[in-house]
Design a protein. Structure first.
Length: 185
């Protein structure tokens, strides 16, 4: 899930997420780095730095599996990976909370946040998501149960990057926990 109300990377992210499934469908394989480099050559604002390549690749790989069974990884005989991605807009209430929490998100991304602040932010985010996502008509979130929404919040992989603060990436890999909620990392 990626959403951004403002930021340099939004257009490139959306274009990339549109291009990759099309290439997978037509070519049966995709070189993500080449897609990113092509986008960068075409639009300077899509992906600007080498560090962005790593972020986008990790974001895509972290989003390989999602709760819906038809969005799972498929590995063929040569261990090539085929993925499907989903982009889902966030309701204004969630975006507003993320924008208000810019400093908390910066601390989470930096890995230097105290447990109390992290727990409070997670509780606020869960409450706002439970209140707004299941009623967000016309979206992927519509009519999801509170339990499904709580599971998705639990599986948040990361927030950001810094220039696109209102992006949320969900890790779809079962039994694989990462920041921000795993305090042991």
């Amino acid at each position: 899930m990626m959403h951004c109300s403002a930021g340099v990377g939004r257009t490139g992210t959306i274009i990339m997420i549109d291009i990759i499934p099309r290439k997978l469908f037509s070519c049966k394989e995709v070189d993500i780095v080449e897609v990113i480099k092509t986008l960068r050559n075409q639009r300077a604002s899509c992906t600007q730095l080498e560090g962005r390549y790593v972020f986008v690749i990790l974001s895509v790989l972290g989003y390989i599996k999602i709760k819906c069974p038809k969005y799972k990884e498929r590995v063929n005989k040569s261990d090539s990976l085929y993925i499907r991605l989903r982009v889902a807009p966030l309701p204004n209430e969630v975006v507003a909370l993320l924008e208000e929490s810019a400093e908390v998100l910066k601390s989470i991304r930096g890995g230097h946040i105290d447990d109390k602040t992290l727990t409070e932010f997670k509780a606020k985010l869960l409450a706002v998501c439970e209140e707004s996502l299941q009623y967000y008509r016309g979206s992927w979130w519509y009519r999801k149960s509170k339990e499904e929404i709580a599971e998705l919040v639990e599986r948040i992989w990361c927030f950001g990057p810094g220039r696109a603060k209102v992006n949320i990436l969900i890790n779809g890999t079962p039994n694989h926990h990462r920041k921000p909620w795993d305090s042991s990392e």
